[in-house]
Design a protein around this ligand. Structure first.
Ligand code: 5AD
Ligand code: FES
Length: 360
């Protein structure tokens, strides 16, 4: 017999069937789920919200993911690559405004000159920030040697979304070739963890062909992999990509949004001390989307500090927010928003995943 929803919510961990039940909650049950997750968050990690200044420094990408607006085959994209001195300026901005950490994100490239360039950048970022700024990298799949080089040069967190834990679904949303392999993605995550990075992953929610069971498995995967950080967001169709063809089969944007919040809530209850980012894609659907996620269970926000002139060219999905604002505008707006979500900004702190610390 099914236990009551209230009893279920008091558990610390869930089976696949229980997760599916929670992911389908609505009305009063959904409210109770959000309340429980909020309480777990306050009890285990408090109400601090940490900043990660995000620099999307290039949209040049060798990958061709069928969902992504900056995929290599999209000839409509103006490709850019921000000069290193501009990136350093953004890093300095993050440091001076007490962001604590920054994220270097770009499309995937791995030629030797690029790998060396990132090493140099990491060292220079450390220099301009008195060795104080935390640095996360998010530049896709690389060899273990490259990950090690970047770690040695000063990066200590890495984000690589698995996109989905289901290899069959992964194959459906990526081209059928060696460049796009689920097994490689998992091997990369393993290398990152072995090297000693705080390792982050995530999935898209509301993909064509995706089921509730897939999403429940995604949460179990994160738990099983003992991941330190998660960033997951709704899938948002882009009309210059092949997956756009399925737009009429998708759940509504609002349903994808709510489902993402429920994913965050369930994950927070199951992984109490990890860092969970409030994805920018949430704000593309609801102007207060990121604040809602913070209130429910997320504790990380990534203000965009990419030089403004290039922001409009990093459109992974459409209706991306904040592409016209400068970094300063973004900070002010962020502060007001976080206060609204009962959060307190952890200025000048790295805000490491407590889970990572206890895992070591
Ligand atoms: N909708 C939502 N998220 C997307 N991403 C790429 N394309 C889309 C899209 N259309 C996400 C992927 C990738 C991250 C950088 O952006 O999860 O890992
Ligand atoms: Fe793979 Fe952009 S091309 S996520």
């Amino acid at each position: 017999m099914n236990i009551s929803f209230e009893t279920l919510l008091q558990k610390d961990s869930f089976t696949k069937e229980e997760i599916i039940r929670l992911l389908k909650a609505n009305g009063e049950q959904e409210k109770a789920l959000f309340k429980r997750s909020h309480d777990v968050k306050l009890k285990h990690i408090g109400n601090k919200v940490y900043f990660r200044g995000l620099v999307e420094f290039s949209n040049i990408c060798k990958k061709d993911c069928l969902y992504c607006g900056i995929r290599a085959s999209n000839k409509m994209v103006n490709r850019y690559d921000i000069a290193d001195d501009q990136i350093l300026k953004a890093a300095k901005f993050a440091y001076e405004h007490k962001y604590g950490s920054m994220v270097l994100q770009a499309g995937e490239r791995s030629n030797p000159a690029f790998v060396d360039r990132i090493c140099q950048l990491l060292k220079d970022i450390k220099k301009v920030s008195n060795d104080e700024l935390g640095i996360t990298i998010s530049i896709g799949e690389q060899t273990k040697e490259t990950y090690q080089k970047w770690f040695d040069a000063g990066a200590h967190r890495y984000l690589l979304r698995v996109e989905t834990s289901n290899p069959k679904l992964y194959n459906k949303i990526h081209p059928d070739n060696e460049e796009h392999s689920h097994a490689t993605r998992l091997a990369c995550l393993k290398s990152l963890q072995d090297i000693g990075y705080q390792t982050g992953t995530g999935v898209m929610i509301g993909l064509p062909f995706q089921t509730y069971e897939d999403l429940a498995n995604d949460i179990l995967f994160m738990k099983e992999f003992d991941i330190d950080m998660v960033g997951m967001g709704p899938f948002i169709e882009h009309d210059q990509t092949p997956l756009y063809e399925y737009k009429d089969d998708l759940m509504s944007l609002n349903d994808r949004f709510r489902l993402t919040l429920r994913m965050i809530a369930v994950l927070r209850i199951m992984m109490k001390d990890i860092n969970i980012a409030s994805a920018t894609a949430l704000q593309a659907i609801d102007p207060l989307g990121r604040e809602k996620a913070l209130k429910i269970g997320a504790n990380i926000i990534m203000p965009n500090i990419t030089p403004t002139q290039e922001r409009a060219n990093y459109l992974l999905y459409q209706n991306k927010p904040c592409i016209d604002e400068g970094a300063d505008d973004c900070t002010n707006c962020m502060e007001a928003r976080i206060n609204m979500a009962d959060g307190e900004i952890g200025y000048g702190q790295w805000g490491d995943s407590l889970h990572y610390k206890s895992r070591l």
